[in-house]
Design a protein around this ligand. Structure first.
Ligand code: SF4
Length: 349
């Protein structure tokens, strides 16, 4: 049979071409990957596919690269899907439809896809993404296909990508390896101002307090505040209900938005969430400054300010437990300098 091999990349195809040839087919590779996030990545993967085609003595046809169309037809509305989810099923549909069209145009007998080599892809989902009768349900990961692809790609020196292909898979990959960073600190030490400055410097912020506000409407918060103020058991029950939801939301945000995000968690240490973050930055100030700010900007009496301080972990302790400390004692310009230093160190220049 004359078979078109939809080729997602050189390494995967390196396990498919010999198997199709062994089965007696004449193979034409078809490199069609508008899902790739950039032309640079497209060219790198195409180059690897060309090396393989030349080595294995098969023809290679490169499809046009139209990532804008892919974004519009496949990804719009599905940006936040996890890998192996609905966006990927749509992506398979898009690429396999291109392969079906090419097979028909070249009057070939059938087509298969190298996508089934990857252990990260579910062959059943790939097979159900195309109903064309010429689509051959070849599961190339069987008989150690992936192992073969790793061996051949190394032998031929083929470029092997670190992420599936689209910008969403790239961001997820970066987020997996990116450190999880949190900002905390003492009351009236300037966390909000630091978060605002980080936002202006391009770091995305997600605030645990804002998440609580999203989850519980204002009137409900006021009602609960009256109850939990006097009832320790009720407070613990409420926290047990709310905290997992807040954590989940923070985790999703950190996982989905790459390595340019910081979680703002005022009571991070008090809630014992510190073990979940790789880098913790604490904003601290001298105690008298904290008291002064609480009295002047929040209208507390000195006694009320002292009571608030007594209810929190001392800033010295927070600083000792942190990987990075910003000291807000010397005014806005000095604070901005320290925030910039923090940003450059953990988020790049
Ligand atoms: S993760 Fe891979 S399969 Fe899924 S949509 Fe992105 S490029 Fe396509």
């Amino acid at each position: 049979m004359n078979v078109l091999l939809h080729t997602c990349c050189g390494p995967c195809a390196s396990a498919c071409v010999p198997r199709l040839k062994e089965a007696g087919h004449k193979v034409t590779m078809f490199f069609s990957n508008s899902n790739l996030d950039s032309k640079v990545e497209y060219e790198k993967r195409l180059e690897a596919a060309k090396t393989l085609a030349e080595h294995d003595g098969v023809e290679l046809i490169a499809d046009e690269y139209d990532h804008e169309r892919w974004l519009e037809e496949v990804a719009r509305g599905y940006e936040n899907c996890r890998e192996k989810g609905e966006r990927c099923a749509r992506c398979f549909r898009f690429n396999l439809a291109r392969a079906a069209e090419k097979t028909a145009a070249l009057k070939l007998d059938g087509f298969a896809t190298s996508l089934t080599v990857s252990p990260h892809k579910v062959s059943k989902i790939i097979f159900s993404a195309c109903e064309d009768p010429k689509f051959m349900h070849e599961d190339f990961k069987k008989k150690e296909g992936f192992k073969l692809s790793v061996k051949r790609a190394a032998e031929l020196g083929l470029y092997r990508q670190k992420y599936c292909g689209c910008e969403f898979s790239k961001a997820a990959q970066e987020a997996r390896k990116a450190p999880r960073i949190a900002l905390t600190g003492g009351i009236a030490c300037g966390k909000s101002l630091v978060a605002k400055m980080l936002g202006e410097m391009g770091v995305k912020t997600i605030d645990a307090d804002d998440v609580v506000h999203e989850l519980i409407p204002l009137e409900e918060r006021k009602r609960l505040a009256k109850i939990v103020f006097k009832d320790e058991k009720a407070r613990k029950e409420l926290e047990a209900r709310i905290h997992p939801l807040v954590k989940k939301r923070l985790d999703e945000e950190l996982a989905n938005s790459g390595n340019k995000t910081i979680a703002i968690i005022p009571l991070l240490f008090e809630k014992h969430w510190d073990g979940e973050y790789d880098i913790i930055c604490s904003v601290v100030s001298d105690r008298e400054l904290q008291i002064d700010r609480m009295m002047t900007t929040r209208g507390y009496t000195r006694e009320e300010a002292l009571a608030r301080l007594a209810a929190q972990m001392p800033v010295e302790e927070k600083a000792a437990k942190s990987q990075h400390v910003i000291v807000n004692n010397l005014g806005v310009e000095e604070l901005r300098r320290q925030v910039e230093e923090f940003k450059d160190r953990y988020y790049g220049r």
